[in-house]
Design a protein around this ligand. Structure first.
Ligand code: GAR
Length: 199
């Protein structure tokens, strides 16, 4: 029998979604395990949080590399050395090249704080409020070379409420992020295992 799907989580900061994935993977019947956390920022709070949870974590300071290809080659090298099969972007605030995305095609997921295809890019909570939207939310999708545009795996909606500011709205969305990202990883990991078993 194949083991659980070894998963790498890429972060740039706080790492609360990473924490939700680590927590979910504690379940004995969860089909993925978090094998490695990688940060592009040496001071990301999520690195210490991962280590405190007993998960290997490594910072690859993007600024120390000659360019994006060298930085991405180092990331792929670290992921491969850890036997990673699936990659989860969790607040990883760097646009990946088409070559990196191709290397992990069908095995790289992202969580984005909007109801895609609406509000791609940055500052989604501020923009949802500025546009007077009644609903907002979050989306887990496969990563493709087009930013925030790959096939959708899971989505959750929240209401925009009177008196909301960006922080309150972000907090309401984040509760849903922490719920749907583990569910989406679970589904993706089961699909990866099914594909491997039928190959
Ligand atoms: C999350 O809200 C995530 O959806 C968002 O950054 C936050 C990271 O929080 N991601 C993006 O905006 C990607 N473009 P976390 O570090 O606590 O998971």
């Amino acid at each position: 029998m194949m083991g659980r799907v070894r998963t790498g989580v890429l972060i740039s900061g706080r790492g609360s979604n990473m924490g939700a994935l680590i927590e979910a993977a504690r379940r004995a019947d969860f089909p993925a395990e978090i094998a490695l956390v990688l940060s592009d920022k040496p001071d990301a709070a999520g690195i210490a949080a991962a280590r405190a949870a007993g998960v290997a974590a490594k910072a690859l300071d993007a600024r120390q590399f000659a360019g994006k290809p060298a930085f991405e080659a180092a990331m792929t090298g670290a992921l491969e050395a850890a036997g990673v099969e699936v990659v989860c972007l969790a607040g990883f605030m760097r646009i990946l090249s088409a070559a990196f995305v191709e290397r992990w095609r069908g095995r790289i997921l992202n969580i984005h704080p909007s109801l895609l295809p609406d509000l791609k890019g940055l500052h989604t909570h501020e923009r949802a409020l500025a546009e007077g939207r009644a609903e907002h939310g979050c989306t887990v999708h496969f990563v493709t070379a087009d930013l925030d545009a790959g096939p959708i795996l899971a989505q959750a909606r929240v209401p925009v409420l009177p008196g909301d500011d960006a922080d309150r709205l972000a907090g309401r969305v984040l509760v849903e992020e922490h719920r749907i990202y583990p569910q989406a990883l679970e589904a993706a990991a089961r699909a990866v295992r099914a594909a491997v078993n039928s190959a």
